[in-house]
Write a protein that binds this ligand. Structure first.
Ligand code: CP
Ligand code: NVA
Length: 306
């Protein structure tokens, strides 16, 4: 049966751990993934801009022996009203997989439902599972199993990245504190899912409107833009106390590491000096998109041995 990756929970927690562990071995060149995509074509359909996701997928598909085809949605008939289920059934007759970034999670779910080939979510307004799978790998690479003992704070907008980070924390047993302004909390649906997983893994996910509560003694502070793609025109005044700056970080543990999924809007969610101090970790986080997505593709298209 084909496997989709529309939300993080399309993998089991064991599969998430398998992918993370395998990615570390491949990144360290202890193992190879080979060419699981040899002879396969994967379509990328994006309605929103992308640097990391698009480029890392295209490079990763090439390195795994496959062929990547990139389309802006406006180039396809779906932009003129063709039914998503007809697009899904047509593409399934040509390509071996579809990777989608768009404004509608429901559209993506419908595409996955009617596709007979794997469909991967490259970001919707609700979730960004490729990002968080990769971020879990970044934490594992730096901290190993100790990652479960860290205090992780997410500070800023309760957006797609935040929703998925909560689920990732629940699935891998992390201790995550989310701080957002009132009215900008993450989705209660994703929060509930996170808590369900956390019951089995021993993870903790808490939501507060107080950035100091989240950041106090934190080992990791994660942030993302205040204005996600498609949310332009938002009032940013209420976000100001949530800026990741030296003063906020002075409440965290000594040696706190800062994560950002990028792109960053310096001067808003993060100051330039904090960004530059943490640039090495942040760009390792970006690099790891390539490593993790290659393992994900190998898993979805060929399966992985532990
Ligand atoms: N983090 C991320 O998904 O970056 P892009 O928008 O550049 O793909
Ligand atoms: N929350 C951001 C993430 C970008 C990778 C957005 O949706 O624009």
């Amino acid at each position: 049966m084909k496997r989709d990756f529309v939300d993080l929970w399309d993998l089991t927690p064991e599969e998430v751990n398998l992918i993370i562990g395998k990615t570390l071995k491949v990144k360290r060149r202890e193992e190879e993934l080979g060419k699981p995509l040899a002879g396969k074509s994967i379509a990328l359909i994006f309605t929103k801009p992308s640097t990391r996701t698009r480029v890392s997928f295209e490079v990763g598909i090439y390195q795994l022996g496959g062929n990547a085809m990139f389309f802006q949605e406006r180039e396809l008939q779906v932009s003129r009203g063709e039914d998503v289920k007809d697009t899904a059934r047509t593409l399934s007759r040509y390509v071996d997989g579809v990777i989608v970034r768009n404004h509608s999670h429901m559209w993506l779910k419908e595409l996955a439902k009617y596709s007979s080939v794997p469909v991967i979510n490259a970001l919707t307004e609700r979730s960004h599972p490729c990002q968080i799978l990769s971020d879990l790998f970044t934490l594992y690479e730096s901290f190993g199993d100790e990652m479960k003992n860290l205090k992780i704070a997410y500070v800023g907008d309760g957006n797609n990245v935040c929703n998925t980070l909560m689920v990732g924390a629940g699935m891998t047993g992390l201790k995550l504190f989310v701080a957002t302004p009132e009215g900008y909390e993450p989705s209660s649906y994703y929060y509930k899912k996170a808590l369900e997983f956390a019951m089995d893994t021993g993870g903790e996910v808490e939501i507060t409107n107080d950035p100091l509560e989240a950041v106090k003694d934190a080992d990791i502070v994660y942030t993302d833009v205040w204005v996600s793609m498609g949310e332009e025109g938002k009032n940013l005044e209420v976000f100001k106390p949530f800026q990741v700056n030296e003063e906020l970080l002075s409440k965290a543990k000594n040696g706190v590491k800062v994560m950002h999924c990028l792109p960053a809007k310096k001067g808003q969610e993060i100051t330039e000096d904090v960004f530059e101090k943490n640039a090495d970790f942040i760009f390792t986080q970006a690099e790891n998109r390539l490593h993790t997505q290659k393992t994900l593709l190998a898993f979805l298209f060929r399966g992985l041995q532990a």
